[in-house]
Design a binder for this molecule. Structure first.
Ligand code: ACO
Length: 201
């Protein structure tokens, strides 16, 4: 029986193809190729990959999971805004409140930042082994290491029970339900906004 040894490392340009493939496999939404280029070239995006070192040589550096995130200014971040989730069609029907407001944004500190998780995924054969948990821990550690950072946040589609359980288990707080946030194949779906406070948030 195959015993995986999971290692975490940054995503590299050579991961481009597999990164695109896993996104296509696990998400109902197509992301633009520009998004993947930005990830592998670390353009405004931070990311972590999970690989299984116990696989045979050809595959022991191949992605089996990933998380991608972006640093945003708290005063500019909005609860539902197109530009923070590339490739998705979003219809923010409620007025887009500022995430900063929800985080008790302090106007005397305009440099406050947040880390927004764009995508998280683990290939099916490697699920339920704590890999997504470890990837999110990396993001939280990174966010906590930035002194201006107040929180990590993300959106999740309302029917994604596995992901919702995962975020709740990791003590993310669900602070909003956004009606019709996603538009997929002509159908609207709600999203939940989850937040994890860091540095006294
Ligand atoms: N049903 C219910 N809860 C689940 C399930 C499931 N099938 N899978 C994971 N969880 C929850 C549980 O709370 C679990 O803790 P437990 O085992 O103690 O019950 C917890 O998640 C930890 O699970 P991990 O093993 O760390 O998660 P995994 O590595 O399996 O990855 C993920 C979870 C990322 C949601 C995976 O199922 C996946 O890739 N799904 C498809 C893509 C996706 O939905 N990504 C998240 C979208 S939101 C976003 O990208 C911002």
């Amino acid at each position: 029986c195959h015993r995986p040894t999971i290692r975490y490392r940054p995503i590299q340009p050579s991961d481009l193809e597999i990164l695109e493939k896993i996104h296509a496999d696990v998400f109902p939404i197509r992301y633009e190729s520009e998004f993947f280029q930005n990830v592998v070239n670390e353009r405004d995006i931070v990311s972590w990959a999970a690989v299984d070192c116990s696989r045979p040589n050809d595959n022991n550096n191949e992605l089996i999971g990933f998380v991608t995130a972006r640093i945003v200014l708290a005063k500019e971040s909005e609860v539902g805004l197109l530009r923070f989730k590339e490739g998705t069609t979003m219809v923010p029907q409620a007025p887009a409140a500022q995430i900063g407001d929800l985080l008790r944004y302090d106007p005397s500190r305009p440099d406050q930042t947040l880390v927004y998780i764009l995508t998280l995924g683990v290939v099916e054969a490697y699920r339920n082994r704590g890999i997504a948990t470890s990837l999110i821990r990396e993001v939280i550690k990174y966010a906590a290491s930035i002194s201006t950072c107040r929180a990590v946040y993300l959106h999740v589609i309302s029917y994604n029970i596995a992901a919702i359980h995962l975020y709740k288990k990791m003590s993310f707080k669900c602070i909003r339900r956004l009606q019709g946030f996603y538009l997929i194949n002509g159908q609207h779906y709600d999203s939940y906004l989850f937040v994890y406070y860091v540095n006294g948030g």
